[in-house]
Design a protein around this ligand. Sequence first.
Ligand code: HEC
Length: 165
Amino acid sequence: MRLALGVLGTLLMAACDSGTEELAPVSSTRVVQRPYLPAPPGTVPRGTAAQFAALAPPGPQRTPELVSRGHERFMIFCSPCHGVSGRGDGRVVSRGFPAPPTYHQERIRALSPAQIVTVITEGKGLMASYADRVLPEDRWAIAHFVKELQAREGASSTGRESAVP
Ligand code: HEC
């Protein structure tokens, strides 16, 4: 059994090798690994080509289903800091974490969905990246939900009292 696993492992390792370059002759049966290159800042190291494509603007079409998925994901990943209405008054903030800016200020209202996706992917300032927790498609969903929050706030006459259903 152990031998069988060993052979299987060797075969798998051989299968992983692209076979495009010559291997240096080595006395052991181990395949020589190339060192990993450090990921440049701002990239998603574990990203596949498909993931990068999924992040390319304009992203998936905005549909009611996408926005409602975004609402659900926002409640899980963003509302703890940004608050359910995006005013920067989430639970975590009430426990001492620096308050994020409200989504309803001019500069953040001007962010496009693609720019919000970038903030989720790369993080910004004090905010960490959520790339390892939020799938690319869900980043678009959340971004569109944030735009919806901003639109609702802008449409309400008083602003402050509007509750998000
Ligand atoms: C742990 C708390 C926390 C969580 C969770 C969090 N954020 Fe933030 N976010 C912040 C803070 C703090 C800032 C302000 C960062 C700064 O300017 O230093 C911020 C800033 C932002 C900004 C404004 C960026 C700008 O241009 O100034 C956006 C947009 C944003 N967050 C979106 C999100 C979304 C979407 C999620 C959920 C996927 C999320 N955040 C989750 C804390 C958080």
